[in-house]
Write a new protein. Structure first.
Length: 311
């Protein structure tokens, strides 16, 4: 009885913590200016981000990250998670600690639940169950994070052609690159907020004193999209050699639309192959049951009647 009570209490506490974790990660909107100023200040004080050491002082999440970084491999895990969160569009200062805390708590809950389920089976069964619970508890949150990154990159990819086209139009009116990007960010805020925030982040970095080339390089590293890499290279080269950026953006927007159409056609072509497995597994057995079972029941009924009619 006591074991069941402890298990249910831990389950409830973990669910509450996971809900709080999600609210803390997604509650507030990003502050591109504050985030970039803080990042520029940290880059100015510290040569490389890999050499940053966690501090034991600060809030609960900072102390928790410091404890995790002391574990062998924990610091690499924190850095890789931080990069994935940045690529997924979650760049709040507390997002990293909140995610790591929720991940560790989910892992501990899985292992505690496995111990409770295998409380009467000690030995190899318990060890195997703990290993399976540990793998699921560690890999499932990371897979969810990978899905977040892919979804965020897909939104950026879909927004890029229209945004680049609008940027070329705004540049054609005589505005500078920074003013044009900020204007496009304001216009696209309610249509494509992800790419609008990225554009605003680049402008804020430049206004904070960052070189334009470095700002676009960080833009490419944050997103990890080849089309954005090509866009950044084209903007930097056009500014360097003095060529017409508006005309180049117009041509590039047409190329991006062509790529988007080709990706849509490829997705339609793959849909038939992807539907083959569920059709074979779920639909065909049901059709066989619907078509064959009534006939088989009728035959069995006739055979039963024939058998009963014999003298």
């Amino acid at each position: 009885m006591l074991t069941s009570l402890i298990f249910f209490l831990l389950t409830g506490a973990t669910l509450v913590t996971l809900v709080w974790t999600g609210q803390e990660i997604f509650r507030d909107k990003e502050d591109p200016l504050g985030d970039r100023l803080e990042e520029l200040q940290s880059h100015a004080l510290v040569p490389t981000t890999r050499s940053v050491r966690r501090k034991a002082s600060g809030g609960f999440l900072e102390r928790f990250l410091y404890v995790v970084s002391l574990v062998p491999g924990g610091d690499d895990w924190i850095h890789s998670t931080e990069r994935l969160l940045a690529k997924g569009g979650v760049r709040k200062q507390s997002a990293l600690g909140t995610y790591i805390f929720g991940n560790v708590l989910f892992l501990l809950l899985n292992m505690a639940g496995m111990v409770w389920l295998q409380r009467n089976n000690l030995g190899p069964n318990l060890i195997g169950g703990l290993a399976a619970a540990g793998i699921v508890g560690f890999m499932l949150p990371k897979q969810i994070l990978y899905r977040m990154v892919k979804r965020y990159q897909r939104k950026l990819q879909e927004a890029l052609p229209d945004t680049v086209d609008l940027l070329g139009i705004v540049l054609g009116t005589g505005l500078g690159l920074d003013q044009a990007m900020m204007r496009v960010s304001e216009e696209m805020q309610y249509i494509y907020p992800e790419l609008a925030n990225e554009f605003a982040t680049v402008v804020m970095q430049v206004r904070a004193g960052q070189e334009r080339t470095v700002a676009f390089q960080q833009f490419v590293r944050r997103t990890g999209i080849e089309d954005i890499k090509s866009l950044a290279a084209m903007i930097v080269q056009s500014e360097k050699f003095g060529t017409s950026l508006a005309q180049a953006l117009k041509v590039y927007a047409d190329a991006l639309r062509t790529r988007r159409r080709l990706r849509a056609e490829a997705a339609v072509g793959k849909a038939g192959i992807k539907m083959l497995f569920p059709i074979v597994v779920f639909i065909l057995p049901v059709l066989f049951v619907i078509t064959l079972v009534p006939g088989m029941l009728s035959v069995l009924k006739d055979l039963k009647l024939l058998g009963g009619a014999r003298p």
